[in-house]
Design a binder for this molecule. Structure first.
Ligand code: SAM
Ligand code: SF4
Length: 381
């Protein structure tokens, strides 16, 4: 049985950030925590036939801002999950938290609830940039939350963003330096992107130009590499043994069940005729629709099986984000297609300096990683 991971989406935030296009909504009155937790359990019950008996290798509470939920609620949900699924004691269980929403007691209580990794949306330690991003926290709160995470969790991640309005190379490196001083074993460094239909896209702030952003990305990589981190995925850096298991499973095109509003699933299943399929599902995206539809026994808004001709591209979109790349055996097992379907295009990309190919592994070169979209386009048709 293919192992699977579990993603749980919590779609609320204190306030909506002007650059963010995640499925997250400002809390209007009260947070409907009890109703949502009940819906998640109902959703899981509904999905059980697809994951029954499989080991659940990791759980990730993402958002939105999952740390808005109470530790008691998260504890009950984890018990409900452990009662229904095969959850090994070693499973990585991550909760995304927002620095404006965690204090000591709450973080300790999340740990007691079973969370063994936290991911903090720091973005920057610089007040000017936090303000430009419309964040609810300032430098002091970011420092306090990150220090608390370091004290109470061995495994934690800090999200940083670069390429921010009026940010200099020195500013970007100062944020990384602060994260290193705090002792973060994992950092996600994202270049700010202007996402369609966000206030930032409608009224773009002045951003550093492409060359400066590329310099920032390179300088961050150089600094973190010299500090002992591996740049193991496009935006992710980790000390040895601190990679994020949950995200690695996505990038290795593994199976996952996503529950909660707008959550996506990708599961290898047998259809009624016994044929194996790659099933993709999406839950109802709007929190209200999700609550209503799940109560009516219908949490799925969309579902389809991924046709054979699309599976190689979907695989590569994930696997080529990883510095380690992938093995021919992984390709064959995850797509259920012979490796030979990729051969000609891989050889061309290697000839153009975008891929390194050996018998065991296909990995992007530094050039391939820098121009990942151009590399992927070659596999589109
Ligand atoms: C779903 S958010 C979760 C974290 C939490 N809600 C928070 O923001 O504190 C995941 C991360 O994606 C990154 N992110 C969100 N929108 C982005 C954008 N437009 N460009 C680059 N990174 C972005 C941020 O670093 C954010 O922490
Ligand atoms: S707190 Fe995180 S998820 Fe919420 S709006 Fe801001 S970036 Fe998006």
């Amino acid at each position: 049985m293919t192992p699977a991971s579990l993603y749980i989406h919590i779609p609320w935030c204190v306030r909506k950030c002007p650059y963010c296009d995640f499925n997250s909504h400002a809390v209007r009155d009260a947070l409907p925590e009890t109703a949502y937790l009940a819906a998640l359990v109902a959703d899981l019950e509904f999905a059980l036939p697809l994951v029954k008996g499989r080991a659940i290798t990791s759980i990730f509470f993402g958002g939105g801002t999952p740390s808005l939920f109470s530790p008691d609620g998260i504890a009950r949900l984890l018990t409900d999950i452990a009662d229904r699924l095969n959850l090994p004691p070693t499973a990585e269980i991550t909760l995304e938290a927002n620095p404006g929403t965690v204090e000591t007691d709450k973080l300790i209580a999340f740990r007691a609830a079973g969370i063994n990794r936290v991911s903090l949306g720091i973005q920057s330690f610089n007040n000017t940039h936090l303000f430009a991003l419309g964040r609810i926290h300032d430098r002091d709160e970011a420092l306090r939350a990150a220090t608390l995470a370091a004290r109470h969790f061995e495994r934690f991640n800090l999200d940083l963003m670069y390429g921010l309005p009026n940010q200099t190379l020195t500013d970007a490196l100062a944020d990384v330096e602060t994260a290193l001083e705090i002792g973060a074993p994992h950092l996600s460094c994202y270049q700010l992107t202007l996402e369609p239909n966000t206030p930032f896209a409608a009224q773009p702030p002045t951003l550093p130009d492409d060359d400066l952003c590329a310099d920032m990305g390179e300088a961050i990589e150089t600094r973190l590499t010299s500090a002992g981190f591996t740049h193991y995925e496009t935006s992710a850096f980790a000390r040895p043994d601190f990679q994020c298991e949950h995200n690695l499973n996505y990038w290795r095109f593994g199976d996952y069940l996503g529950i909660g509003a707008g959550a996506h699933s990708k599961l290898t299943v047998k259809d009624a005729d016994g044929a194996i399929q790659t099933l993709r599902q999406m839950r109802w995206k709007s929190p209200d629709a999700y609550l209503r539809q799940t109560a009516a026994g219908n949490p799925i808004q969309e579902a389809h099986s991924v046709p054979a001709e699309q599976r190689p591209f979907e695989f590569l979109m994930n696997a080529l984000r990883l510095s380690e790349g992938f093995s021919p055996a992984l390709f064959a097992s995850r797509t259920r297609l012979p490796f030979s379907v990729l051969q000609a295009k891989l050889t061309n990309a290697a000839r153009d300096g975008l891929l390194d190919i050996s018998d065991e592994r296909i990995a992007p070169t530094p050039q391939g990683r820098r121009f990942l979209n151009r590399l992927l386009e070659r596999f589109l048709d």
